[in-house]
Design a protein around this ligand. Structure first.
Ligand SMILES: Nc1nc2c(ncn2[C@@H]2O[C@H](COP(=O)(O)OP(=O)(O)OP(=O)(O)O)[C@@H](O)[C@H]2O)c(=O)[nH]1
Ligand SMILES: [Mg+2]
Length: 205
């Protein structure tokens, strides 16, 4: 009997949406990355690069990876818009932080924005994927080099990964999405969000 209920429980949760927040300073490539992610997983052509404008509101992208439904929330990274990020923290299962790896002069801004994200209590335990974007450009630094440059404190306490990607040519996109699914599945935070949604009568979330 127990295994029947457990099987049903697991099945219901496999239908559940996992929320991934895409953050990063302006022009890091968040929206372009989301477009690439959608095209890789749904065979829909991504928007041409020159049609993507700086984000002011919220872009939502839904994809299915390894039978799991992922919902990406892409927010604007301009300084005046970063205060909006925290409104989404509580419901996020994981965070993707995008960095323009070809622009070292912006690493300091990216580092302080990310450190603020990491300090926020509403994101406790959320797995973190840091993307060294724009690898198609010759001056882009590698994922390891970016990790050294950002030199983030307290990162070892959190499930995290640095990955080299290019939103233009798709390098590292599948690896990133698959890693996210794997860590969200195992994460205590996902368990906590599921339990909370269940307690509020919303069904699995
Ligand atoms: N070469 C290269 N350029 C990229 C890549 N990804 C994004 N860009 C360019 O970087 C610029 C900013 O891209 P966006 O996707 O709008 O950046 P964003 O992080 O969403 O910016 P905000 O919405 O303002 O926060 C655009 O000119 C993109 O075409 C990439 O992988 N390679
Ligand atoms: Mg954007």
């Amino acid at each position: 009997m127990f295994s029947l209920f457990y099987g049903l429980w697991k099945y219901l949760f496999s239908k559940m949406e996992l929320h991934v927040l895409i953050l990063g300073i302006d022009k890091a490539g968040k929206t372009t990355l989301l477009e690439r992610m959608k095209s890789v997983y749904s065979n829909i052509e991504s928007l041409p690069h020159d049609r993507i404008v700086p984000t002011v509101g919220l872009n939502i992208g839904r994809i299915e990876v390894a039978n799991r439904k992922l919902v990406f929330w892409d927010l604007g990274g301009q300084p005046g818009l970063r205060s909006i990020w925290e409104k989404y923290y509580e419901e996020a299962h994981a965070v993707v932080f995008v960095v323009d790896a070809a622009c070292p002069s912006k690493f300091e801004d990216a580092k302080s924005a990310l450190e603020k994200v990491l300090r926020h209590e509403d994101l406790q335990g959320a797995p973190l994927l840091i993307l060294a974007n724009k690898q198609d450009l010759p001056q882009a630094v590698s994922a390891d080099e970016l990790a050294r440059c950002l030199d983030l404190k307290k990162l070892e306490e959190r499930v995290h990964m640095f990955e080299a990607v290019s939103a233009y040519d798709g390098i590292g996109i599948r690896e990133s999405a698959e890693w996210l699914v794997e860590v969200m599945e195992k994460s205590k935070r996902t368990e906590m969000l599921r339990a909370r949604a269940g307690a509020m009568g919303q069904g699995p979330a």
